[in-house]
Design a protein around this ligand. Structure first.
Ligand SMILES: NC(=O)c1ccc[n+]([C@@H]2O[C@H](COP(=O)([O-])OP(=O)(O)OC[C@H]3O[C@@H](n4cnc5c(N)ncnc54)[C@H](O)[C@@H]3O)[C@@H](O)[C@H]2O)c1
Length: 431
């Protein structure tokens, strides 16, 4: 099948490359000449494990094609995916301006019958607006349907998530559109959830809000465990083993971040507000998340005797989670700014996100590795649980630090082992 993706970010590029690898002819439309020229050479604008190789292979096979020109891609395509960003407005609502802008461009270039499927995360009712926009600009000779096909991939494991998703949600309002979408997704190994458009749109927000709620619940239990003397990690392991609960997303830490959870929780609160429903639960989820990040700041201050002025703080990990360079809403940004405001000097290292971090945090000494961060540091704080931090020579780290204080914001170390080496250790959820 010939298909098009508008947008080549974490969602658009990954999904396009996978569909190309499955034998489809896939056009990807961008809006920046430099990025499209690079993509044609197989140079990708984001980091995602395995993606560059997949893109290169499919570019070489001429199944993955990049363009700035809608006329080159849209008329030939049976399915056109919208995979552009939907960032939050100041009010918390999703900003849908780019979705509507590209819908108009798509509508003007349709030829024959096409399914226009939104992959971007959008509030219920958005696809109906996309439909109206296309109806007003399309030529009389063409027919189309809209569909909602929300994406659930996780950055860092996006390729396997796209090939083996837990479910494939397809929202349509015509049998023809549903059949086309099911045929396209048939080689993908996931359970189909076939539904109407509004339900599909809502599933995505409900899923992310639930996962954020689980993380905040874990952080609240961790906080309470610290106060009561319980071992919060064991408490969460103890409940996670119950199959009704499940152990994923039950790890306490520095708070959730990234391009999805913060914005989608905000957007769902805003959607609820429009219908006069006060989603108080999600407001608390946000508040607990803020406390999880500020809890790290308070612990650092306490460990350093209450004053951060001229202290050297070493940060391990900047991206919002491992295996990605995505710095959007990363807790590290809040931490670095707070430490700097209190007069501390911040050094940092991240295996992949150093370049993307440079536009988000300033006056930071970016180091070549974890040992350079630790050298002469008063405290070392693990903010992102990259695998390589689990393999560090902690004895060496202890010897090169000014003070051997380890604040483990992701609980990656065994407290007893690090204390034996001679560190003052503090995790999250353990006294
Ligand atoms: N990143 C994730 O893990 C993830 C997972 C599931 C769903 N989503 C959702 O998918 C959508 C896209 O997210 P993302 O992370 O891929 O975003 P992104 O910022 O990485 O990519 C957005 C893409 O849109 C393109 N774009 C912006 N304006 C454009 C325009 N006028 N014309 C054409 N292209 C334009 C950008 O160039 C970029 O390629 C969002 O709604 C997001 O909530 C993201």
């Amino acid at each position: 099948m010939t298909i098009t993706f508008v947008g080549h970010g974490y969602v658009g590029l990954v999904t396009a490359a996978i569909f190309a690898d499955l034998g489809n002819t896939v056009w990807v439309i961008g809006h920046t000449r430099g990025k499209i020229d690079n993509l044609k050479k197989g140079v990708i604008p984001i980091y995602e494990p395995g993606l560059e190789e997949l893109v290169k292979r499919n570019v070489k096979a001429k199944r993955l094609l990049f363009t700035l020109d809608y006329d080159q891609a849209i008329p030939a395509s049976k399915v056109v995916f919208i995979a552009v960003g939907t960032p939050p407005k100041a009010t918390g609502e999703a900003d849908l301006s780019v979705v509507f802008e590209v819908a108009e461009k798509i509508g003007k270039h349709l030829d024959g019958y096409t399914v226009v499927a939104t992959k971007s995360t959008v509030p219920a009712g958005t696809n109906q607006k996309v439909k109206k926009i296309i109806e007003t600009v399309k030529s009389d000779k063409t027919t189309f349907d809209v569909a909602s096909v929300p994406e659930f991939l996780r950055e860092g494991q996006a390729l396997s998530d796209t090939l083996h998703p837990d479910r494939i949600v397809i929202g349509t309002e015509s049998r023809q559109a549903r059949d086309v979408m099911v045929e396209l997704h048939k080689p993908i190994d996931g359970t189909f959830v076939l539904t109407n458009i509004e339900t599909a749109e809502m599933i995505k927000y409900a899923a992310n809000a639930f996962l954020a709620t689980k993380i905040s619940f874990a952080n609240a239990i961790a906080q309470l465990s610290e106060l009561t003397g319980a071992d919060g990690i064991k408490v969460l392991t103890g409940i996670g083993l119950d199959k009704r609960v499940g152990s994923s997303f039950l790890s306490p830490g520095a708070g959730y971040g990234g391009s999805c959870f913060p914005k989608d929780v905000k957007a769902l609160i805003a959607i609820a507000r429009q219908y006069n429903y006060d989603f108080a639960l999600l407001k608390d989820v946000e508040e607990i998340n803020r406390q999880a990040t500020s809890g790290i700041i308070m612990k650092a201050k306490k460990l350093l005797g209450g004053d951060l002025k001229n202290k050297s703080i070493g940060i391990l990990g900047l991206s919002f989670k491992p295996d990605t360079d995505d710095m959007r809403d990363a807790p590290s940004i809040i931490l670095v700014n707070a430490f700097q405001q209190d007069g501390a000097k911040v050094k940092a290292y991240d295996p992949i996100a150093m370049k993307s971090a440079q536009s988000k945090i300033k006056n930071v000494e970016f180091c070549k590795d974890s040992y350079s961060v630790a050298t002469d540091a008063d405290i070392l704080i693990v903010v992102t649980e990259w695998n390589e931090f689990m393999q560090l020579d902690l004895q060496k780290i202890k010897n090169i630090m000014k003070q051997p204080i380890l604040l483990d914001g992701r609980n990656i170390y065994d407290p007893e082992e690090v204390k034996k080496i001679g560190f003052v250790y503090q995790g999250v959820g353990r006294k």
